[in-house]
Design a protein. Structure first.
Length: 138
């Protein structure tokens, strides 16, 4: 059933939808930049292929979790309490740390940033766990 009543929309749902759309847009733009702009810049470097792969991983997870933010926006309209919002915050923070660290690592070549990436991955996992918990409460 489609949500049509304005009374069912919450500020959290609106925020999560805006985050979903903004992250989806940015993920597509960065993915396109990686596919077209980075190959020329990094192609001649000894670690160029690895760095392009990092970028592709970042863009893939970024776009996937932009859609996950849309999922928790839907859950926020159906599940009372803070679980969907917490899931969304985990997804947004996970995108920033996981994909963000890979994007910056690709552009700079500073491999030490790879230490941040797993923290973002843990936040993405927490987001899925919280989303699942919220779904069980529907």
């Amino acid at each position: 059933m489609l949500v049509t009543s304005p009374a069912l929309y919450t500020p959290d749902m609106k925020l999560l939808l805006v985050l979903s759309c903004a992250n989806g847009l940015v993920a597509v733009l960065l993915g396109a930049f990686g596919a077209h702009g980075l190959k020329a810049r990094l192609g001649g470097l000894s670690d160029g292929p690895a760095r392009i792969e990092w970028w592709q991983t970042a863009a893939h997870y970024h776009l996937t979790h932009a859609l996950a933010l849309g999922l928790v926006a839907f859950l926020a309209s159906r599940v009372p309490g803070p679980l969907p919002t917490w899931a969304g915050l985990c997804f947004a923070s996970g995108i920033a740390l996981f994909s963000g660290s890979l994007y910056v690592m690709t552009l700079t070549g500073v491999r030490a940033l790879g230490a941040v990436t797993p923290l973002g991955g843990l936040l993405l996992c927490a987001g899925w766990a919280l989303a699942g918990w919220a779904a069980l409460r529907m």
